[in-house]
Design a protein around this ligand. Structure first.
Ligand SMILES: [Zn+2]
Length: 160
């Protein structure tokens, strides 16, 4: 069992008009978009944090500072690719990841197959090892008021 390690990620981004809405590596058509230093893809950010956490390698902000102009507007898929490189260099491979997106609108479910395909290519991991779930918060809180989007991820990695 000592070859297995578990990690967890949590992230939030504001939703505002005039921004693109990147989620799970794909662009959603919506009148609001996610605000952030990068492309603000909350799902990719929690996957990065869960993988880094599992490997005990700090977090996404430690590796890709939001103060660094180099990362302004960057495609989060590039960050995820970089994280995969880091954990593989440390001798780990992904067992599986399980994620939940919390968003009031638009509906996420129709987009999940495309997100899984995209993320499996970026991570070079089988689609069967990437779970994406979606929930509203029943109109409660900042997610329910459509002020933001949040996500959670658990990741299992193992020493190759
Ligand atoms: Zn983020």
């Amino acid at each position: 069992m000592s070859n297995f390690r578990i990690g967890f990620g949590y992230d939030v981004h504001q939703l505002q008009p005039g921004y693109d809405f990147w989620l799970g590596g794909i662009k959603l058509e919506h009148h609001l978009g996610a605000v952030g230093h990068s492309d603000a893809d909350v799902l990719i950010h929690v996957i990065c944090d869960a993988l880094l956490g599992a490997a005990n390698m700090r977090d996404i902000g430690y590796h890709f500072s939001d103060q660094d102009p180099k990362f302004k507007g960057i495609d989060s898929k590039i960050l995820l690719k970089e994280v995969m490189k880091l954990i593989r260099e440390a001798g780990y491979e992904v067992g599986n990841i399980d994620t939940t997106i919390c968003l009031q609108l638009p509906k996420v479910n129709p987009h999940i197959p495309a997100m899984k395909t995209c993320l499996s290519e970026v991570m070079d991991v089988s689609e069967g090892d990437i779970s994406i779930k979606a929930t509203t918060t029943e109109k409660l809180g900042f997610v329910g008021r459509e002020e933001g989007v949040s996500a959670y991820c658990n990741a299992l990695i193992y020493k190759v």
